[in-house]
Design a binder for this molecule. Structure first.
Ligand code: SF4
Ligand code: SF4
Length: 367
């Protein structure tokens, strides 16, 4: 049985502290590990593809603490392998690097609509079951960046999967690209415990625009800004662990202090987060993703999805990162610069958005 009663903060090991020579600072990581464990947390999350992370956690955690005092997670990335055999060998590399003997949780890593088939073709769903039978892993699941439709398909086809890891945060909750809320609802429908990744959206919600910070500080001056994002998602039913990719001792000190005895956000605080979300999107294109505009577009341009990528930039996401989503959305469809200026879409838009000029602006940004 999965232990769902653990304290809800997980230590994400992707962005560990670095020394001047760019190697992982094991001493600092060890101090963070010790504080985390001393405050009653157990869940550590690494992956085969996180450079140096599995070796670092061997030194900072596995070699310094009893094996039964923590849960260690790693992941298998099919895209990092050139063949089925190589993909299936990743677990043995992870076990050797971590020295953990077994992994408490093992995930098929970063599934999405573009790469899902590779996991099927490599027979990895049967493989994780075999690994569990052999005692090399205790539980298996997958991390996911795709559409709710695909998530529903996977969970229907593989009902034995024990948990899912999703990108959930208040900025992505209604986003048409990430679709946090819809994916959360699918996981709940299938009764799967949820592990949350990117609760602060790659750092954006740790350092949001000034107005958002002022709103939070006016309410509770002593609380850190990221605490709002982490506590908000940790309050959702079904959330087992919220991963935070902590990079220094001070972040560990802060996160572990408010999550140590966390019992959920108050209604009043949730309302503040709602307000913050509105402020966050104040310079965004007010597209509701109704899709009325796309029906008759002769160039098949995914207008609302493209607008969502633009809105990410307005919220503070690095344009290069937003471009990654943009390129995924236009695959096999029209891009912003394909617009013929026919005007069909603008006549359909209930929000009266000047779609053509916005597409020109977006084209200059991404195409
Ligand atoms: S104006 Fe551009 S985006 Fe709008 S329907 Fe025509 S081609 Fe498509
Ligand atoms: S019609 Fe307007 S609001 Fe609806 S998806 Fe298109 S741009 Fe967005």
């Amino acid at each position: 049985m999965i232990d769902q009663d653990i304290k809800k903060l997980g230590f994400g090991l992707m962005r560990l502290p670095k020394k001047k020579d760019n190697s992982i600072d094991i001493e600092e990581t060890s101090k963070m590990v010790d504080l985390f464990l001393s405050r009653g947390f157990k869940y550590f999350d690494t992956a085969y593809v996180y450079p140096g992370s599995e070796e670092a956690i061997r030194k900072a955690l596995v070699e310094r603490h009893p094996r039964n005092s923590f849960y260690l997670t790693s992941k298998l990335h099919a895209g990092a392998a050139k063949s089925e055999e190589e993909a299936k060998n990743e677990i043995y590399v992870s076990l050797e690097r971590t020295g953990a003997g077994y992994l408490d949780y093992y995930l098929l890593h970063a599934l999405m609509d573009d790469n899902y088939q590779q996991y099927e073709d490599y027979h990895l769903w049967d493989y994780v079951k075999e690994l569990k039978e052999k005692g090399l892993i205790r539980h298996y699941g997958f991390s996911f960046h795709g559409t709710p439709k695909l998530l529903d398909e996977i969970l229907s086809k593989h009902p034995d999967v024990e948990f899912v890891q999703l990108q959930l945060n208040y900025a992505d909750w209604e986003d048409v690209n990430v679709q946090s809320r819809l994916n959360y609802e699918i996981a709940r429908k299938h009764h799967k415990p949820i592990i949350v990744m990117e609760p602060v959206k790659g750092g954006i919600l740790a350092n949001p625009p000034k107005e958002v910070q002022e709103l939070f500080r006016a309410e509770e001056p002593d609380r850190s800004i990221p605490s709002w994002a982490i506590r908000w998602i940790a309050s959702k039913p079904g959330v087992m662990v919220v991963l935070s990719g902590m990079s220094n001792y001070q972040q560990m000190e802060d996160n572990s202090s408010y999550m140590e005895h966390f019992e959920g956000m108050s209604e009043k605080e949730e309302k503040i987060v709602e307000k913050a979300t509105t402020l966050l999107f104040k310079d965004a294109i007010p597209c509701t993703a109704c899709h009325y505009c796309t029906e008759g577009c002769p160039m098949n341009i995914p207008i609302p999805e493209i607008f969502s990528c633009y809105n990410m930039v307005k919220m503070g996401v690095d344009p290069e990162d937003a471009k990654f989503y943009y390129e995924r959305r236009i695959k096999g469809k029209g891009k912003a610069s394909d617009c013929l200026h026919c005007g069909q879409c603008e006549g359909m838009c209930p929000q009266h958005i000047e779609i053509i000029s916005k597409l020109e602006e977006i084209s200059a940004l991404f195409d």
